[in-house]
Every structure is written in structure tokens, then in C-alpha cells.
Design a protein around this ligand. Sequence first.
Ligand SMILES: [Zn+2]
Length: 300
Amino acid sequence: MSVKEISEHIYMIDSLALGIEKFVAVYLVVGEEKNVLIDTSYASSFHVVTDCLREVGLKPADIDYVVPTHLHLDHSGSTSKFVSISSNIMVYCHPKAVKHLVDPSKLKTSVREIYGEYATLFGEVEPIPEKNIKSVEDGEELDLGDITLRFIHTTGHAPHHISVYVEEEGALITGDALSIEHPDYPSRFPTTPPPSYNHIEAINSLKKLSKLKPKIILKPHFGEKIPTSNYFEEEIRILEEWKNNVESSINMEPEAAFEEILRKYSEKMNIKLEEIPYHFLITLKLSFLGMRKYLSRQEL
Ligand SMILES: [Zn+2]
């Protein structure tokens, strides 16, 4: 099953991104008057997401708003496809995301630099007309009839990142402001990718989100969590520990330093190195490179 009903108004869709289950979730919020898709997964997952919408009785053109939490293509990749089939659709995003949605050429180059050939699996991203895009301020709300969304600027993971709070349900759709949790593994993974991870802002975002005291947390990677009372403190601890780990190997060659970190993680997860799923490996590697880049910027 790729669709799961989370509540009366919220559905989780497993986009089966790159053919992998429980890798990238997107969230559908169904209001009395309007429907919103929060995150879209890769362009190559568009057909999976639209099939899932049909499963809950919606055509792709029934989506009124698309909200990519940030530009990374596992979150924003299909946005242009939704706009191309429905000219009235509005894309709500962080102010810093607007110009890259209008002209994705820099975004595509950056993705190529980071992922190389692997990026061809993500699918094609097209420019979006500016009239279909609205930037949202921190705290801005969107009324869907019987339910309200609040957009929260949560930069750190990326400077163009927002999270979405479904007020009446106390549900927080986090984007990548929080760690990665896989339902089948015990550990939480930090997600601190290049090129723009900012540690101070990531910690501030976590503090900001903790004040909402959400009843339920909905992660793109992956699924729902009922937060414990110290959930956000634990998130901050994970990020600080990760920073210290990467910092302690900053003078080593990157490859050797990453191997050392990987070894620690496989012990922590209690699985063998060669059993770590490939998409976890890539995520960890990117988090490693992003944190290392952040740390070297601080030294300048
Ligand atoms: Zn991301």
C-alpha cells in the first residue's frame, strides 16, 4: 500500500522514489475547500504520486496548492509537472526558492555536481511560470476551509526550507528540518547536505519547531512519529554529536574520514557495513560532505 490515512485530513503517500519503498513520502492535506500536496518527490515518481491521488479519489488537477518544503529534488522534483497539467495551481515556497523554480538551471547544475550520473534517475525538472508561485512569510497561514496550514521558515538544512504545521490536528510536516528515521532501523540520521547546510540555523529551527509542541510529526524520510517529551532535545543532541564526529576527523582525507564515521554508524545500527542500504549510504555521505563544508567555512 502506497497510501496511508494519517487522520481525517492527512494522507501519507509513499512515492516509491527511485524504486525504493519507505524512502520518500509526500503528504496530502484534504480541506473542505482546497487540497494541498506537501512535497512532490522526484519528477521520476510523478506517476506513482498521481496514481496514489486517484486512490483517494482525486485527479492531479484537483490539487490546488503544491508546497515543496525545499528545492532538493526528492522534495520539489515533480512540482513543475503538477503546474504543467493545471494552470491554476499555486506553488507556495520559501522566498529564496522562487527564482530557482522559475529558472531551475542553477539547481540542475548543482544537483549534477553533487550526484553525477546518478542524477539522471531523478527525472526532468522544468521552469515554472512566476504567476504560479507565491513565496510565504514565516508564520503565514493558508485556509483550506475547515483546516489551516501554517508555514514556518526552518532554514539550516537548506536556506530555502520551510516546514508546515496543520494547526487543528497538531501535525507537523517537517521536510528535512528533522533527522531521517527509517521504520525498519533503530537510528536517527542527521541530514546536513551540501552546498548550504548551516548548523546554527538548523539548531534554531529545531528550537522553533519544538515550541509548537506537535502531537504528531510527519517526515518525508520516513513516516509518522508520535514525539516523546524530549524529542526535539534529542534531535539537537544528534546534530551536535554529528558535528563533533565530523569535526574530529576534519584533518583526515575525506574518504578515510567517511569510512571511520560509517564504521561507527554500522556499529550503532547493529548492522554490517555491507548491509547498510544504498540510499542510506548516499544520505550519510552527503550529510558528511555538507557538515565538512560548513565546518571549513567557519575556519575561514
Ligand atoms: Zn533535503
